[in-house]
Design a protein around this ligand. Sequence first.
Ligand SMILES: Cc1ncc(COP(=O)(O)O)c(C=O)c1O
Length: 419
Amino acid sequence: MDNEQIIDETIDKYTEYVNPTLANLMRFAGFGDVEDSAEGTIIRDVSGNEYIDCLGGYGVFSLGHRHPEVVAAVKTQLDKMPLSSKLFFNKPLADLAELMAKIAPGRLQYSFYCNSGAEAVEGALKIARMYTGRTDFISTINGFHGKSMGALSATGRKVYSDPFEPLIPGFTHVPFNDAAAVEAVISDKTAAVIVEPIQGEGGIRVPSDDYLPKLRELCTKHGALLIMDEVQTGLGRTGKMFACEHWGVEPDIITVAKALGGGVMPIGGFIATPEIWEAVFRENPLMHTSTFGGNPLACSAAITAINVTMRDNLPARSAKLGEAFKKKLVTVKEKHPTALVEVRGMGLMIGVEFAHEDVGELCIGGLARRGVVAAYALNNPKVMRFEPPLIITETELDKVVIALDESVAEALEMLVGIV
Ligand SMILES: Cc1ncc(COP(=O)(O)O)c(C=O)c1O
């Protein structure tokens, strides 16, 4: 089969069997080829085009694609025992849980592993309810926590939640970065406040310095838990192992996923304090379970991912590269003041806000034609986000800056008289 045939057949099958509207959207956005292989910071399509991956799987590929040490660890485990019987003790699970307790802030000690970010959020919500004996939650408008029923109840975007009402009762959504709004609604019925330390899908929104400390204070005062959703920000992305560390905040529960699998295996998890674990699991150790959760294959990937992240000082690398990249993106913004409104973010989690959605959309196609992959934030389509692998080089980031500059100029020319 030649390349053209592979592309046509794959798109036809998407149209017939996967999701026809998505197929159209992908073609329109400039992703009309089929991805074939990837290595480090580079994705290749079947036509042989190469792209610098500046989206990084929305935070999955912090170590890049197919990191050799993660691949080797997974291959070794694959040849021994990929999935566990669940009857005996599972060494990779025990090792991962110990490692997670070492890197997690504060008194967070016990962890549970599952297969995705949404599942991690589901578990965190359940244990918060059981520990506190309360039913209400506070989350943020435009926050994103996943699309399963519980996680979707926390997610603050009506376009995704309205069609599925009634969801889990007891959720109140308040504006992000507004501690007074939390103070106004928190009560002795609140089980937890769930928040992303930096909103990812909401458009890479960094809160003011007093926001998370104030939420910590409010939760403690009212006997509610603070759940930090670090599914996107966690494991070095923002310049610290966990983003909440930028503000010295110790949550009661942290959720993780995405980068935890080292870009090779799907895995999610949540870590909490001993007293929460005791309340949930003391009487019934099977109170929360998952058939595939904590499987040896995924745990071996996660152990290696964490060790490589620490050994190679990737959080510090992310902080340094991110600052330099942000400065260069600001020069592009200053060159195109009518198109670009703001550049913001921490480490290599950076958002570029466009004045008009249309310019941003055209730029994503423009970048793809110039060999750069990026995307807009799900809950804020005016914001293009850059979340490249933390192993990306300065030279590659410079190419991205040039490609963005050219794409904005091109989009403005195409939309002359419209925007
Ligand atoms: C902060 C946050 N929480 C939860 C999720 C849901 O993760 P998943 O798509 O693996 O279910 C995401 C996904 O983007 C996320 O960014």
